[in-house]
Unconditional design. Structure first.
Length: 675
C-alpha cells in the first residue's frame, strides 16, 4: 500500500497504526501540500452494502462539525476496493499508551483529560452523533496535553447492527455499556458509561471488569458490581471516585444524563477539590411492599413485543432463540462454556401455572418474614448497638479531628504511618478497616496520614503561551492560580511575562502558581505600504489609510519625461512595523527641459576672417562680418572666453590687409660717388 495514491490526491507514506476495523496510514495531500491520516477499512467490512452506505453517511455527518478535542474528518472516499476516511494527522500517543507507560495518572490529569473528552462528547451529542466506542485507544494525547477523540464515523456507522455484525462483536468489551452488551438500542448515555470506564482506568491503572472472553466481560458489565476506585487506590479523592461510579451506573437512568452534566462536575472538581458529588440512592427499590402477583402471560407478551423490535443479542439476529437480559437466569449460565448463553425455552401452560402458584407461595412467605422481622428488629438492634459501631467517614479530615471522632465512638485511634501526598500534612489518607465497616467497640482503627505535599522546583514559564504554561503547571502537580494580563513591549501577545512563585524556587505540590500574560504592546502599530512609483497625492492617501502620514517631499529634476512626478525613495522601507501616525518622507522626480550646450568664445582678433569662420564653425558658432577672407579681424562683439550657446552669432570688424611694396634702392651719396 505504501506509495499508493488514493483519489488522485492522497499519497500513502507509512503505516502508523492498525485497529480491529481499519489500518491507518500517514499520507501527503498533494492538493494542499499537507500531511494527513488516512484510515482504510479492512476488506471484511466492505462486503456489506448497507454497512458501507451507513458508514459513508455517518462519516460525512461527523465531518459536518468540528471541535478542538475531536480529530477532524476531511474527506471520505472509495478507490477500487478501498474505502477510506481522510482525517487530521495528530502527533502524539494514544491514551492507552500513556496509561501503560505511567500506570495510574495523577488525579489532576485525570480530571483535565476527562474534561476534554467530555467536551468532545458534548459537541458530538449536540450534533446528534453517538460515538459508541469510547476507549483509550480512540483518544489521542498531543505533546502539549491537548486530547483529541477519534473514530466517530466508524462508531456511528456500526449502528446498522447495533453492536453485532454477522455473529461478530464490534467494539471493545472492556468499555461496553450494559445496554450495548445486551444488544439494546443505545443513546448518548452509553458514551457516558464508556467515559466512566476510561476515567476509572486512568485513575486506578486498572479496568473494572476483565475476563477470559468478550462475552464473560460483557456479562460482568451487566451483572457484577464495580469495585470503587478508592478501594484500589486510596489516595483518589472521594468526589472523583463518586463521579466515576455515577458515570458507570448499570441503569442509564441513574447515570449522568448528558455529557454537559458530567462536564460540569469535572470542572467543579478542577476548581474545588472538595466539591461533593451527590450519589444516586437506590434503596427505594428495596423496600418490602404489597403488590399484585405478576401475570406471566402478560409479561411474556410484553417482552415478545419488545424483542420483535430489538432482536439483537451478543452474537446476532437469528429470530428464534435469543438472549434477553430480562429472562436471563444465572443458574442457566454454563461456567464451563462462557462463550454460550443458554436461551430460555418456551414453557407449557402447566409450567406457567406452577410458576404462578410458586410466586404466590413465595409472596406469602415474604409477608410472614417481614412481619417476623418487624417484631424482632427493635430488640436485636438495641442489643447490637451497644456493642458495635460503624466506622465514620474520616478520610480527608485532619488527624486531630479524626482521632476525636473515633474516640467518641469508643474506638481506639492509631496512626499506622505516613505517606507522601499532595494533601496537607496530617490529613487522613486511608482508614483500616474501611469507612462504613461495622466493628466492635474498643476495636483499633488504623489510619495512614499525609506527610505533606512533596516539594518540587517551580518551572520557568517565561515566554511560554498560556496554554503551554497551564499544561506544565498541572503536569508538575501544581495548580493554575490567578491569571492576569498587562501590556508589554518585549513579550509577544499571549505569552507569560512573569510568575509567582519565581522559577527555580521550591514549592509544595498542589500550590497555585500565578502568571501574568502579555497583552502585547500598548502602542498601536501599522505596516508601512510600498510607495515607490506612486505620485505624491497617491502616497498621501495610501499612508492615511494605513494610519500613517506623509512627511517631507523632495523634488529631484529629471530630463526623463516618463519619470515625472513618480516617487523613487521613501524614508521607511515598505513592510516595516512602525507606530501609527509616523511620518514617511519621500523623494520624487520633476521633469525639466534640457538646457542648450554652451561653448567658450575664442579670441578672434588678429585672425583672418576666413580662419575665424572655420574655427567658429567647428565650435558651433557663427561669424558675421563683411570683408575678404584674408582681411584681418580688428574686434569681436562677444568677449573671448565668454560661455555662449551653440549657434550663437558673433559680429566682427575687419580691415583690409595692405600688400607690402618693394623697397627702393638708396641713392648713393654724391660726395661718396665723387670720391
Amino acid at each position: 500500500m505504501i506509495g499508493t495514491i488514493l483519489g488522485s490526491r492522497y499519497e500513502l507514506i507509512e503505516k502508523i497504526g492498525e485497529g480491529g476495523m481499519a489500518i491507518v496510514y500517514k499520507a501527503k495531500c498533494r492538493l494542499l501540500n499537507r500531511y494527513v491520516a488516512v484510515k482504510i477499512l479492512k476488506e471484511q467490512y466492505t462486503s456489506n452494502i448497507e454497512f458501507m452506505d451507513k458508514f459513508r453517511k455517518e462519516a460525512a455527518a461527523t465531518a459536518s462539525f468540528s471541535h478542538n478535542n475531536i480529530v477532524n474528518i476531511f474527506d471520505v472516499g472509495v478507490e477500487g476496493k478501498y474505502n477510506y476516511i481522510v482525517m487530521e494527522l495528530v502527533e502524539g500517543k494514544t491514551l492507552k499508551q500513556v496509561i501503560c507507560e505511567n500506570g495510574s495518572l495523577p488525579c489532576d490529569q485525570v480530571v483535565e483529560f476527562g474534561i476534554q473528552i467530555a467536551q468532545a462528547l458534548e459537541c458530538a451529542h449536540r450534533n446528534g452523533v453517538i460515538h459508541r466506542d469510547i476507549k483509550p485507544h480512540n483518544i489521542l494525547v498531543k505533546e502539549d496535553g491537548v486530547v483529541k477523540v477519534t473514530d466517530f464515523g466508524i462508531a456511528k456507522a456500526s449502528n446498522s447492527d447495533t453492536i453485532t455484525h454477522t455473529t461478530k462483536v464490534i467494539g471493545s468489551a472492556h468499555y461496553f455499556s450494559p445496554e450495548q452488551a445486551k444488544g439494546k438500542v443505545v443513546d448518548f448515555r452509553t458514551d457516558i458509561y464508556s467515559l466512566g470506564i476510561v476515567l476509572y482506568e486512568m485513575a486506578t491503572g486498572k479496568l473494572p471488569f476483565d475476563g477470559d472472553s468478550p462475552v464473560s466481560i460483557a456479562l460482568k458489565h451487566i451483572q457484577e458490581p464495580v469495585v470503587p476506585p478508592t478501594a484500589i487506590k486510596y489516595d483518589i479523592p472521594l468526589n472523583i471516585s463518586n463521579l466515576i461510579l455515577k458515570a458507570i451506573e448499570k441503569e442509564p437512568i441513574k447515570r449522568y444524563q448528558s455529557a454537559t452534566e458530567i462536564l460540569h462536575d469535572l470542572r467543579q472538581i478542577r476548581s474545588n477539590i472538595s466539591y461533593n458529588i451527590p450519589q444516586n440512592n437506590g434503596d427505594t427499590e428495596e423496600f418490602t411492599r404489597i403488590m399484585s402477583p405478576i401475570n406471566i402471560d402478560e409479561d411474556k407478551s410484553s417482552k415478545t413485543s419488545y424483542e420483535d423490535s430489538n432482536n439483537y443479542n451478543l452474537y446476532g439476529k437469528d429470530g428464534e432463540e435469543e438472549y434477553d437480559e430480562e429472562e436471563y437466569d444465572e443458574e442457566e449460565y454454563d461456567d464451563d462454556d462462557d462463550e454460550e448463553i443458554k436461551p430460555r425455552k418456551k414453557r407449557s401452560k402447566n409450567k406457567k401455572m406452577k410458576l404462578l402458584l410458586a410466586s404466590i407461595g413465595i409472596f406469602i412467605v415474604l409477608i410472614g418474614a417481614f412481619a417476623i422481622t418487624l417484631t424482632m428488629k427493635p430488640s436485636t438492634d438495641a442489643g447490637s448497638s451497644k456493642k458495635e459501631v460503624k466506622i465514620p467517614q474520616i478520610v480527608g479530615k485532619s488527624e486531630e479531628n479524626a482521632k476525636t471522632i473515633i474516640e467518641e465512638l469508643g474506638l481506639v485511634f492509631k496512626v499506622d504511618g505516613e505517606e507522601k501526598s499532595d494533601k496537607p500534612k496530617g490529613e487522613v489518607l486511608k482508614c483500616i478497616p474501611n469507612e462504613g465497616t461495622t466493628v466492635k467497640k474498643k476495636s483499633e482503627v488504623k489510619v495512614i496520614v499525609s506527610s505533606g505535599p512533596e516539594e518540587v522546583t517551580v518551572p520557568d514559564l517565561g515566554n511560554l503561551s498560556l496554554q503551554e504554561a497551564q499544561n506544565q503547571i498541572t503536569n508538575m502537580g501544581f495548580k493554575v492560580g490567578k491569571v492576569t494580563e498587562e501590556n508589554n513591549e518585549t513579550y509577544s501577545e499571549g505569552t507569560v511575562i512573569r510568575q509567582n512563585p519565581q522559577p527555580g524556587t521550591t514549592a509544595k505540590k498542589g500550590e497555585s502558581i500565578d502568571v501574568v500574560v502579555s497583552k502585547g504592546s500598548a502602542v498601536k502599530y501599522s505596516q508601512t505600504p510600498d510607495l515607490i512609483n506612486m505620485t505624491v497625492d497617491e502616497a498621501s492617501n495610501v499612508l492615511s489609510a494605513a494610519n500613517l502620514k506623509l512627511g517631507a517631499t523632495t523634488e529631484v529634476s529629471t530630463t526623463d519625461k516618463s519619470r515625472d512626478g513618480k516617487i523613487f525613495y521613501q524614508s521607511v522601507s515598505s513592510g516595516s512595523k512602525v507606530n501609527e501616525q509616523t511620518a514617511v518622507d519621500v523623494k520624487y522626480y520633476k521633469y525639466k527641459e534640457p538646457e542648450p550646450e554652451k561653448v567658450s568664445v575664442p579670441y578672434f582678433v588678429g585672425m583672418t576672417l576666413g580662419d575665424a569662420k572655420n574655427l567658429a564653425n567647428s565650435l558651433g558658432l557663427n561669424i558675421s562680418g563683411s570683408g575678404e577672407d584674408s582681411d584681418i579681424i580688428e574686434s569681436q562683439s562677444i568677449q573671448a572666453e565668454t560661455k555662449v550657446n551653440k549657434g550663437e552669432n558673433i559680429s566682427v570688424t575687419v580691415k583690409k590687409q595692405e600688400q607690402e611694396k618693394p623697397e627702393k634702392p638708396e641713392k648713393p651719396d654724391e660726395g661718396e660717388n665723387q670720391q
